[in-house]
Design a protein around this ligand. Structure first.
Ligand code: HEC
Length: 251
C-alpha cells in the first residue's frame, strides 16, 4: 500500500509540467549585475527597462503590486515620481453621490491596469490572459534568463510544424507555442542615454526592471546575508579559542 502511494506521489512529481524543465532548449544567459551574494541592481538599466515596459508591454500587462513611490529605488527623485504618477489616471471613489470617478494618480497609487478585469483582458487577447508582471521574474524557474530568452526567441516553426491561428512560435516558452505576439523587434523605443536598443539589449533592461519589481529588497537581503556570514565566521574563531582555553587544563 505504502509503495503504491509512493509510486503515485513520485509519478505526480515527475509528470507535473514543471516550467523550464519541459523546455528542451537551453536558455540564453547573461552576466546579471544582481547575481551572486554581492549582486546589485543597475539603476540606469532599470529605468530603461521601465520605459520599455511602459511603451511596449503596459498595453497588455498590468503590474498591480508596484506603487509609483516604489520608483525611488530606480533613482527617480520625489518630484520626478510625482510628475510620472500624474501622467496616469486611476479610479477613485465613491464620491458623495456614490459614484466612482477618475483622477490623476499620486505617488501612493499603484500602477493602473490596462484592462478593467481578467475577462476584458482575455477578450482583448484571443482568450489568453496576459499575466500580471509584478512577480513574474520570481514565478518562473531561472526567471531572469527565462524572461531574457522568452522576449528574444520568437521565430518560424521548424518544417512541418503547424502553428495554430493566434499562436506564435517561441523556443524559450515551454511547449513552444505562446499566445503573446512578438512584443520586441529592436529599436522599439528610444533611450535618452543613448543605450543600445537591439532586442537583446531591450530584453536585458526589461529583465533588470522585472527582477527589481519581483524582489525590491534584494540588495538589503544580500547585504544582511553577507554581514551575517562575516559575523558568524569571526564568532567561530572566538568560540574555538574560548574552547581551547576552557579545556586547556583538562587535556
Ligand atoms: C498584445 C498584447 C501583449 C503585449 C504587448 C505583451 N504581451 Fe506578454 N503576454 C500576452 C499574452 C496574451 C500572454 C499569455 C500567453 C499565453 O498564455 O500563451 C503573455 C504572456 C507573457 C509572459 C508569461 C510567459 C509565461 O511564461 O507564462 C511574459 C513574461 C510576458 N508576456 C512578458 C511581456 C513583456 C516583457 C512585454 C513587453 C516587452 C509583453 N509581454 C508584451 C500579451 C502581450
Amino acid at each position: 500500500m505504502l509503495s503504491r502511494i509512493g509510486a503515485v506521489l513520485l509519478f505526480g512529481v515527475l509528470s507535473s509540467p514543471a516550467w523550464g524543465a519541459s523546455s528542451d532548449v537551453a536558455l540564453k544567459t547573461r552576466d546579471w549585475s544582481f547575481s551572486g551574494p554581492f549582486g546589485t541592481f543597475d539603476k540606469a538599466a532599470m529605468q530603461r527597462g521601465f520605459q520599455v515596459y511602459n511603451e511596449v508591454c503596459a498595453g497588455c500587462h498590468s503590474m498591480k503590486l508596484i506603487a509609483f513611490r516604489n520608483f525611488a529605488d530606480l533613482g527617480y527623485s520625489a518630484a520626478e515620481i510625482k510628475a510620472l504618477a500624474a501622467q496616469y489616471e486611476v479610479q477613485d471613489g465613491p464620491n458623495d453621490d456614490g459614484e466612482m470617478f477618475m483622477r490623476p494618480a499620486i505617488p501612493a497609487d499603484r500602477m493602473p491596469s490596462p484592462y478593467a478585469n481578467d475577462n476584458a483582458a482575455r477578450a482583448g487577447n484571443n482568450g489568453a490572459l496576459p499575466p500580471d508582471l509584478s512577480l513574474i521574474a520570481k514565478a518562473r524557474p531561472n526567471g531572469p534568463n527565462y524572461l531574457y530568452s522568452l522576449l528574444s526567441s520568437y521565430g518560424d516553426a521548424p518544417n512541418g510544424k503547424e502553428v495554430p491561428d493566434g499562436m506564435y512560435y517561441n523556443t524559450a516558452y515551454p511547449g513552444h507555442l505562446i499566445a503573446m505576439p512578438q512584443p520586441l523587434y529592436g529599436d522599439d523605443v528610444e533611450f535618452s542615454d543613448g543605450a543600445p536598443t537591439s532586442i537583446e539589449a531591450l530584453s536585458a533592461d526589461l529583465t533588470q526592471f522585472l527582477m527589481w519589481a519581483a524582489e525590491p529588497k534584494m540588495e538589503v537581503r544580500k547585504r544582511i546575508g553577507v554581514a551575517a556570514v562575516f559575523f558568524l565566521s569571526i564568532f567561530v574563531i572566538f568560540s574555538y579559542l574560548a574552547k581551547r582555553r576552557i579545556w586547556a587544563d583538562v587535556h
